[in-house]
Ligand binder design. Structure first.
Ligand code: AR6
Length: 183
């Protein structure tokens, strides 16, 4: 027989879905962008989002005055299928002793808080910091999942219904799957 704690954890895990694909093609309340401090676009997921959303996104981003590492800002989705984009800036991996873990946690927390403030119940994250910023995906996936699970324990399904983790390739996808099973 499962105890209450196990059942609760199982229910929270059901609100998380790990999928493979291009986050810019997703139609959801909000997608999260792994941006940089300028918020003016770049390569990777940031490049794909800006390209698909169009010039209007860049214009709105120019008004935002950048974004500090670990913080998050919201814009409309423009030509994307999704309604909103939450831009967050992950830490650059510098070996692990430069507050990387804390800053990565903040990215997930601040993004979820912004979603909550705007009444956005379904959102999707890319694997923040694990591309150009070099954060090892095994560590990053564990941080991403545990941080989100802890927040979903506080905010019920009526507030945050579903969180998707969108993995761009098999390696990232498999790492997230294994990380979730271990929690
Ligand atoms: N959909 C989902 N995931 C993607 C996509 C996509 N379309 N494209 C790439 N990924 P990265 P970072 C994955 O480099 O490490 C930019 O230049 C990718 O495989 O996009 O946070 C910014 O402007 C990886 O698993 O973001 C910053 O300067 C993950 O997304 C810098 O890169 C993150 O890779 C941010 O670096």
């Amino acid at each position: 027989m499962m105890d209450v704690e196990v059942i609760e954890k199982h229910e929270i895990k059901n609100r998380i879905k790990i999928i493979k694909g291009d986050i810019s093609e997703l139609k959801i309340d909000a997608i999260v962008n792994a941006a940089n401090n300028t918020l003016l676009g770049g390569s990777g997921v940031d490049g794909a989002i800006h390209k698909k959303a169009g010039e209007e996104l860049l214009k709105e981003c120019q008004e935002l005055n950048g974004c500090k590492t670990g913080e998050a800002k919201i814009t409309k989705g423009y030509n994307l299928p999704s309604d909103y984009i939450i831009h967050t800036v992950g830490p650059i991996w510098e070996g692990g002793n430069h507050k990387e873990e804390e800053l990565l946690e903040e990215c997930y927390m601040n993004s979820l808080n912004l979603a909550l403030e705007h009444g956005l119940k379904k959102l999707a994250f890319p694997s923040i910091s694990t591309g150009a910023y070099g954060y090892p995906v095994e560590e990053a996936s564990h941080i991403a999942l545990t941080t989100v699970i802890n927040i979903l324990e506080i905010y019920g399904e009526d507030l945050i219904e579903k969180v998707f983790f969108v993995c761009f390739n098999d390696e990232v996808y498999n790492t997230y799957k294994i990380a979730l099973e271990k929690i």
